[in-house]
Design a protein around this ligand. Structure first.
Ligand code: AQP
Length: 329
């Protein structure tokens, strides 16, 4: 089986965007691939989060992955910092990365302009840590959003360079673009993506939102004054709601346009909101159940970390030997 690797940062409760754009597909891939999914807590250190909150969010993110159907018997699920090889490999990768190429990363430019008060070195070398995450497991495919393609390209560049300089050890990963992958936009500003860390709660649907909250947020979602349900670039609000509805129901845009022909936005928003609420209800219930048994969650974390460590350590040991670090005695 081919290997799939992906991670998600514990920067807040997953949004409908994280779910429809990533985690829902991760769950489907488990049948066909060998999947490794991790909570990227080391990556989350590049943004300021209160330490107590970070801990809670990490535990919560782990439980959310399971609640979304990631099955620890089928996939490897773990916390990044529990597998020490990530930090070590990240350093090896940092030392193969050039200042110039890291400076060209658009995500670094975006994130540093958003948070000028905290442009830390970790934010700058983030792609090197990510390259390490991927290469440690010799991943074949990495499901990435459009915002991550540059980082994946960078990972391939580093792997090629390393293999060339020190000998072939890394497999070159490819991007994986699932057919059903949806890019979900903010409900209030439909030209920017829905983000966990958005400070306006009306703009995002958290996957733990209750039904009445979900319906209310959809009711106040920004649309336009045309009152026609149609997928068009100049109608980002309506198009976003259609994308969401399509990702959940599997209906095409044409089918959705036909379904709501002659109906107003009020009806449309209510139907989309209900579909989302129905989709998220079992996840919310499963999550509540999982969070009741912390010991069980910790046992699963430990099992995931041990299995991941075994695989990661093999690659790391080879890489350390190749660059000439004196083997441990
Ligand atoms: N709006 C989105 N639509 C579709 N997919 C999305 N993803 C994120 N937002 C959307 C996908 O979710 C996965 C995990 O993302 P991440 O936690 O590693 O970081 P992110 O992309 O920065 O996610 P957020 O929610 O926007 O977090 P913050 O607010 O902390 O920056 C990725 O596969 C991503 O493509």
């Amino acid at each position: 089986k081919k290997i799939i690797l992906s991670g998600i940062q514990p920067t807040g409760v997953f949004t409908l965007g994280n779910y429809l754009g990533a985690v829902k597909n991760w769950q489907k891939m488990q049948e066909e691939y060998n999947c490794y999914y991790f909570i990227a807590d080391l990556h989350s250190l590049t943004v300021h989060i209160d330490p107590t909150k970070r801990k809670q969010q990490t535990l919560q993110a782990f439980a959310l992955l399971l609640a979304c159907g990631i099955d620890p018997e089928k996939s490897l699920v773990f916390i990044q910092s529990h597998v020490r090889s990530h930090a070590e490999m990240g350093w090896l990768m940092s030392c193969c990365s050039q200042f110039g190429e890291l400076s060209r990363m658009t995500q670094f430019k975006d994130k540093s302009s958003k948070h000028p008060e905290n442009i830390n070195a970790g934010l700058f070398t983030y792609p090197a840590l990510m390259a390490g995450d991927i290469l440690l497991y010799q991943a074949d495919y990495v499901p990435v959003g459009a915002d991550q393609t540059q980082h994946l390209e960078f990972t391939r560049d580093i792997a090629t360079r390393f293999n060339h300089n020190y000998g072939e050890i890394f497999k070159l990963p490819e991007g994986y673009f699932p057919k059903a992958g949806a890019r979900v936009m903010s409900l209030q500003e439909p030209t920017s993506k829905m983000s966990k860390s958005d400070t306006n709660p009306k703009a995002t649907i958290s996957i733990l939102d209750e039904e009445n909250v979900i319906l209310k947020k959809f009711k106040s979602a920004v649309t336009d004054s045309e009152a026609v349900v149609c997928f068009r670039e100049d109608k980002p609000g309506v198009s976003n709601l259609m994308t969401i509805y399509s990702a959940i129901t599997g209906k095409t845009m044409a089918e959705i346009e036909a379904e709501f022909a002659g109906k107003g936005y009020g009806d449309f928003k209510a139907v989309v909101g209900q579909a989302v609420a129905d989709e998220l209800k079992p996840i919310r219930e499963k999550y509540a159940e999982l969070m009741k048994d912390r010991k069980h969650l910790e046992a699963l974390m430990k099992q995931g970390a041990e299995r991941a460590d075994y695989i990661a350590r093999k690659t790391l040991t080879k890489a350390k030997k190749k660059v000439g670090l004196l083997p441990e005695v």
